[in-house]
Design a protein around this ligand. Structure first.
Ligand code: SF4
Ligand code: SF4
Length: 379
């Protein structure tokens, strides 16, 4: 039976967060089970991009610090890191406050720039990965994710958090190589099976709804979640937000491939009751199609696509740089950085990297009319 602890925590006041972290770890059986004294453990927060804690793009520093302080008090040697899709790990850590929290705990940042190839013959789809050196050189991973929506996978949660263990721009190559959503999710599950974090903590005190994982709105959810099973944890979040776990491919494929389990009778919830966190109006894709179509014609009329809101665009060009396909599916027309970039939907694989990284929240995911009708009438 997978165990997921839900702990109410209504603010980022450090003493409240620390007490909630202590309680959550006790509820799942105590943190001693996740470490041996003297082991070098890597804390893996979500540092998607340089953003302040109030923007809810990144794991809040109070949660990061509380988890680190509790584990360090039990004898773990801690390092930390993540690899943002753009910008340097240091910039993202400093802007998010995680760097300062790490300084307060006396922690060093791990190397997330250099990659090391690790073979993984057991992988269902991927037989090797290039992982950040900091991941490879640690004895174990503690994953500290942020509760957020995601254009491609609906939810960026405990499973998706490990994508940051792949350094820098290599992440974009996976989108280009694996345009089908289920293939991409299978890769994420393989990655988790290789890394096997020991413990998953999710910061859902302030979540992100809407145009996540970077351009959405903060949403107070008042919860921290704890589990050794990322599939069970993400499925619990789905039930909280009114999403069917089956509709999130990393959950469905995660169970199928042995990463965890999510059937309601195979997991035990402990701590504060799930009902007290359930919301029906969290802005997240519920019925919307997230799958891909091989036919460009069908894809263009059914599958949700990125669209730029001209009034919000500052012509920074990040979307153009991030687009992983060649030739680019979003590019400048006319003089560079003078006008809003333009999409070529025939080339677009719907990876939503552009939407994910737009610093202004200027890219929305729009479902065409036929796609909306298709969703409405599908069984
Ligand atoms: S990333 Fe966003 S703000 Fe920058 S050019 Fe693209 S749409 Fe405009
Ligand atoms: S335009 Fe955006 S969604 Fe389409 S392939 Fe490029 S990055 Fe992905």
């Amino acid at each position: 039976m997978a165990v997921v602890a839900l702990v109410k925590c209504e603010s980022y006041d450090y003493s409240e967060v620390k007490a909630a972290v202590e309680r959550g770890l006790d509820l799942i059986g105590g943190c001693e089970q996740f470490l041996k004294v003297g082991e070098r453990l890597l804390l893996k927060p979500n540092l998607l991009a340089p953003a302040s804690p109030e923007e809810c793009v990144t794991t809040h520093p109070a949660v990061f610090k509380a988890v680190g302080e509790v584990l360090a008090s039990r004898g773990a040697q801690l390092i930390y890191g993540d690899s943002p899709a753009m910008s340097s790990p240091f910039n993202a850590a400093r802007k998010s406050g995680v760097y300062q929290a790490g300084q307060e705990l006396g922690l060093e940042m791990a190397d997330f720039k250099e990659g090391i190839k690790i073979s993984f013959p057991e992988g269902k789809q991927h037989k090797s990965f290039i992982l950040a050196r900091g991941v490879v050189e640690s004895d174990g991973i503690i994953s500290i994710s942020k509760m957020k929506t995601h254009g491609l996978t609906r939810l960026t949660g405990a499973v998706k958090n490990q994508f940051g263990c792949i350094p820098g721009v290599l992440k974009g190559e996976f989108h280009a190589k694996l345009p089908e959503l289920d293939d991409f999710a299978t890769m994420l599950v393989d990655l988790n099976l290789l890394i096997r974090p020991r413990l998953y903590v999710m910061d859902g005190i302030m979540a992100m709804e809407g145009n996540g994982p970077r351009g959405g709105r903060p949403r107070k959810m008042n919860v921290l979640l704890f589990s050794a099973d990322p599939v069970a944890l993400d499925a619990t979040v789905c039930r909280m937000l009114g999403v069917k776990p089956d509709d999130v491919p990393t959950i469905k494929i995660g169970q199928k491939n042995g990463l965890g389990q999510y059937a309601e009778d195979s997991l035990r919830l402990v701590g504060d009751p799930l009902d007290t966190f359930v919301t029906s109006d969290f802005a997240i894709a519920r019925g919307g199609l997230v799958s891909n179509f091989k036919s460009k014609r069908l894809r263009n009329i059914i599958v949700p696509r990125p669209a730029i809101i001209d009034a919000k665009c500052i012509q920074c060009g990040i979307c153009v740089n991030m687009c992983p396909v060649s030739p680019k599916a979003v590019k400048w027309e006319g003089e560079e950085k003078k006008n809003t970039p333009v999409y070529n939907y025939d080339r677009c694989i719907r990876c939503y990297c552009c939407q994910e990284m737009c610093p202004e929240g200027a890219i929305e995911i729009v479902t065409p009319l036929v796609g909306r009708l298709f969703n409405h009438f599908k069984p």
